[in-house]
Ligand binder design. Sequence first.
Ligand SMILES: NC(=O)c1ccc[n+]([C@@H]2O[C@H](COP(=O)([O-])OP(=O)(O)OC[C@H]3O[C@@H](n4cnc5c(N)ncnc54)[C@H](O)[C@@H]3O)[C@@H](O)[C@H]2O)c1
Length: 432
Amino acid sequence: MAEPFTVAICGCGSRGLDAYAPFQTAHPERMKIVAGADPRPERLEKLRALYGVAPEMCFASDEQMLSQPRLADAVIIATMDRTHVKNALAALERGYDVLLEKPISPDLAECLALREKARQTGRRVLVCHVLRYTRFYAALHQLVSRGEIGRPVTIEASENVAWWHFAHSFVRGNWRRQDEASPMLLQKCCHDMDILRWLAGRRCLQVQSFGSLDFFRPENAPAGAAERCCDCPAREGCLYDAGRLYFTDPHCGLEAIGPQWPVDVVVTDPTPEKLRAALKTGPYGRCVFRCDNDVADHQTVNLLFEGGLTASFTVSAFTETCHRTIKLTGTQGEIRGDMEENTLVLRPFGRKEQVFDLKEQAGEFSGHGGGDFGLLHSFFDLLASGDTQGLTGIEASVESHVMALAAERSRIQGGRTVTLEELEKEALAQMS
Ligand SMILES: NC(=O)c1ccc[n+]([C@@H]2O[C@H](COP(=O)([O-])OP(=O)(O)OC[C@H]3O[C@@H](n4cnc5c(N)ncnc54)[C@H](O)[C@@H]3O)[C@@H](O)[C@H]2O)c1
């Protein structure tokens, strides 16, 4: 039997340690973690305890690990958005193949520089656009590319972030500020841009977008609200009271869901005592109307693709559930899909409707509708093959980033139509 591929994990947070590392337990024949880097000692301790990584192979920073001679076949880069390219360039220099968390970078010139480096080194950079690896989108893509609706003409898609998820990640959490992370559309929806591009099967040419930070602002705070929920006289009846959310809310409360995401982001290995202390002093106990957040809480994008195909996409914080929906129309039929229900409905014009229930094929797959483990399987298939790109290689993935960054420019400029060529030319000029 072939030996498993060895990996080093750069950034042992929610993605590195909680989403990807468990693949070793499920598939020890495919992946063995041999090194890891993270400044938080408790994360490295978990890496040692759960996955048997040797203490001398646990590093306190990306730089310490990536300055060693190559330690593994591949590196999984799951640090925060603005260090991805720096880490990936260093890893390619050291001779690693790379599994890279999205977004590649909020700076398009950096995305292009990484693409150039991958071309020069001939190494693989697979971007974690996990949706392509889900049964839902794989089946949808198959129907479209088989010509079941003829030539696609329009796509309508939406991402429903869910109010509590948005407050956790984009108001109190890591992705609340553009200067520390990315614009919300790039951060949350580069996946959706990637799916639109994949389903369209053609290049996107122009985009136009509107959106803003509408609700999570100081003027919307209840009268007399305090800076932190634990001191707040208005907490009773406030939907976003951190004590209620992280203790009892059915979506994200410790008592309801146990010590898992998102409550384990508030504090590692949460207990009621640790959680209470974290909410008293940490970022997740802050009033959602008095944080230092600046990313949009809703946004709509219109897109024009080659050949006249048009698409519209809406992302909103203000939804009850956390899921995506999509509708495609083509010259011969239409398809509707709902990722929460995990169903696709194909309506070929003049013929009988067909319903595809993808729940029936669920199997072992859970994280991101099966995308997390599907991605890892594909990454190791790619390493075993002579191919360099795979389904979400750097070449394809840069396109979704140009789309998202062009849409963000349009939003900031009041909805001006922006060509993708405009952004690409600027980024190339910056590089030369
Ligand atoms: N593919 C997806 O669907 C998906 C989903 C969620 C997040 N993400 C992306 O994954 C990345 C990580 O997100 P997360 O939720 O795991 O965040 P996280 O904060 O839980 O993890 C980041 C980790 O990096 C560590 N870190 C910080 N500085 C470091 C350094 N110098 N060297 C090494 N490690 C360092 C942090 O301590 C932390 O443990 C983000 O860029 C995010 O956009 C992708």
